[in-house]
Design a protein around this ligand. Structure first.
Ligand code: ADP
Ligand code: MG
Length: 323
């Protein structure tokens, strides 16, 4: 290795402690809990070929590795505090490391958090981040609070929707071609997701349940329904989509919208009476939200078209061990 392990950590992964009492450089990082708060802790691993393509830029890879973890904190309504990074690298490539660090630190700075520790080893490229946040005790958004009659909402970019990341993946897989500009916008959705941290925090006390969309709308909604012991009716035509996705054949649109994955938007429920509060939360967070269905007491997921006809449900969530 051209650069030793500790030089590498010092150069690329050591940042001044802001939230932490003690950051990188000792056996443990030290964090001081805020009285009255619970820790929210989440880990996500990114494996080359599984979660990202070798073509992704190091900066976007760093961004996404942290973004998917902050998205989990957002889904719990937690405020991010700090994170750790366990990294396996096939070789020391300083151009790669500089880009990766730029992506990580850029998103961390945007959320006022820092890298407080980790582990570095030689091996096939693999990044595992653990993100730590906090949420007032008893107030975390969870998957088990949806109630019959609640409205089902999804967040999305103001002039876009969900499903773009899946559309980009279809292009990378060679199943479809898009004009350069359209491809660039869906590729950015796939490689550069924006975790909805501000929205999640604003929904504390408003939403009854929440999850972030990582494995596809139907599959992730299934987790809320299962944990809450309820069912749902989703209006397929109400699910927001970008102009690029809306220009695709209907079957492809539905596949991307209902089974897409990698959206990192929030799917959440709230009582119908909370609509104004939901919209105010979204506005304060600078994100769009759209109602796409209702929670029902009858178990199961019913996806219907504009005439109320059920669509065939072949869109299961993404399961790493099933495909
Ligand atoms: P130990 O052997 O005590 O586990 P290490 O020698 O692995 O510690 O790491 C030295 C310091 O560098 C520790 O504070 C550790 O948290 C930090 N560190 C190691 N790898 C990373 C990384 N990829 N990103 C951030 N900090 C790291
Ligand atoms: Mg040690």
């Amino acid at each position: 290795m051209a650069l030793g392990e500790f030089d590498l950590i010092g150069r690329y992964f050591t940042r001044p402690a802001r939230n932490a009492v003690l950051g990188v450089g000792d056996d443990c990082a030290l964090l001081a809990p805020t009285p009255g708060c619970h820790w929210a802790v989440t880990s996500d691993m990114l494996v080359e070929g599984r979660h990202f393509l070798p073509t992704v830029s190091p900066r976007r890879l760093g961004h996404k590795a942290l973004a998917v973890n902050l998205s989990d904190l957002a889904a719990c309504g937690a405020r991010p505090v700090a994170y750790t990074l366990a990294l396996a690298l096939p070789r020391v490539d300083e151009v790669f490391l500089a880009g990766l660090a730029e992506g990580l630190h850029g998103l961390a700075d945007a959320h006022g958090i820092e890298l407080v520790g980790g582990d570095t080893t030689a091996g096939p490229l693999n990044l595992c981040i653990t993100a730590i946040g906090e949420v007032p005790a008893g107030c975390a958004l969870r998957r088990d609070g949806a109630r019959a009659g609640d409205v089902l909402w999804v967040s999305h970019p103001t002039s876009g929707g969900i499903g773009d990341a899946r559309l980009a993946l279809e292009v990378f897989r060679g199943r479809l071609a898009l004009p350069a500009e359209a491809f660039e916008s869906v590729r950015t959705a796939m490689e550069c997701p924006q975790p909805r941290v501000a929205l999640g925090r604003a929904l504390v006390g408003v939403a009854t349940s929440a999850i972030d969309l990582s494995d596809g709308l139907c599959g992730d909604l299934g987790h809320i329904l299962g944990r809450s012991g309820v069912g749902a009716r989703v209006q397929a035509d109400a699910v927001p989509r970008s102009p690029v996705l809306a220009a695709q054949p209907r079957d492809l649109q539905l596949e991307c919208l209902l089974a897409g994955g990698d959206d990192y938007e929030l799917l959440f429920t709230a009582p119908a009476s909370a609509e104004a509060r939901v919209r105010a939360a979204a506005q304060s967070a600078g994100v769009a939200v759209t109602p796409i269905g209702r929670i029902e007491s009858e178990p199961g997921l019913r996806v219907v078209d504009a005439r109320g006809q059920a669509l065939p449900l072949q869109w299961r969530g993404f399961d790493h061990f099933a495909s």
